[in-house]
Write a new protein. Structure first.
Length: 267
């Protein structure tokens, strides 16, 4: 079905109060405004009619709307959303668009994912499949919500990288979390040092191997890593290695080197 693009007055549009993205960097909006002034809006906004407020609610494209106002536009191209979409459907669209554009701050993404799970009544694995995100990315994002609020704020405003925040979230002791966070803020520890400190405190025995990933380092020769979206079974592992062996034998018979063989696997 072809979507109809309409030109809607800027003053008839309003941001969606449920939009997961709350932070808009002025420099980025001004740069976008300059681009819009020169080339116009290349991607229409997606909007939903709000009869109660007598306006159009912006589902995706709030940055473009903000920039268009700065650029002096009076109307912008929009695609009205038809029907009566549910709150979870709209939030899913917003999360995907912002995630693809890396527009959400880590905690904004984490809160949105947790809200989506609650609305849909699903787990992280199902949500990952629906959104096209990795299960690991969702789990790591949600782990940030277990951090003390002071450390969450450090991740949210960029004083602490998201990866460091995740490592600290693995500590079960809040006092130890604050201690490590203080060292990071003071510049005494980087991400690798934090990860090592966490391993030292919780012990390697508490780190469970992932059922969807297996690595093996033989006594001689290269190491081998096999991964899958779902949990691996031994039958899956044997079949995958058998297929790889058959492909490798054919490549050897054709006189290929490893680089050429890798290209055939990617084809």
């Amino acid at each position: 079905m072809t979507e109809t693009v309409q030109r809607i007055a800027i003053d008839e549009l309003m941001p969606d109060p449920s939009q997961p993205r709350k932070t808009f960097i002025r420099e980025e909006i001004e740069w976008l405004a300059a681009s819009i002034a020169a080339r116009g809006i290349l991607l229409p906004l997606r909007v939903l009619r709000d009869e109660e407020r007598q306006c159009w609610r912006i589902i995706t494209g709030e940055s473009r709307w903000r920039a268009a106002r700065i650029a002096g536009l009076t109307h912008v191209p929009c695609i009205p959303v038809e029907g009566n979409p549910s709150e979870e459907d709209l939030l899913s669209d917003q999360v995907v668009e912002n995630a693809v554009r890396h527009a959400l701050r880590p905690l904004e993404l984490a809160r949105s994912l947790a809200k989506l799970e609650a609305l849909k009544g699903c787990n992280a694995k199902t949500l990952a499949e629906e959104l096209g995100l990795s299960g690991a990315a969702i789990s790591r994002a949600k782990a940030l919500l277990t951090l003390p609020l002071a450390i969450q704020a450090m991740v949210d405003d960029g004083r602490m990288p998201e990866s460091v925040g995740y490592e600290i979230s693995r500590l079960p002791d809040e006092h130890a979390q604050h201690e490590l966070a203080g060292s990071v803020a003071a510049g005494r520890l980087n991400r690798d040092q934090v990860a090592e400190a966490v391993r030292d405190r919780i012990g390697k025995k508490n780190v469970r191997p992932k059922a969807s990933r297996l690595s093996w380092k033989p006594q001689s020769g290269p190491s081998i890593t096999v991964s899958a979206q779902d949990a691996l079974s031994l039958d899956d592992l044997i079949e995958s290695l058998s297929q790889l062996q058959r492909h490798a034998k054919r490549a050897l018979e054709k006189g290929m080197d490893v680089v050429g063989f890798a290209r055939t696997l990617r084809a």
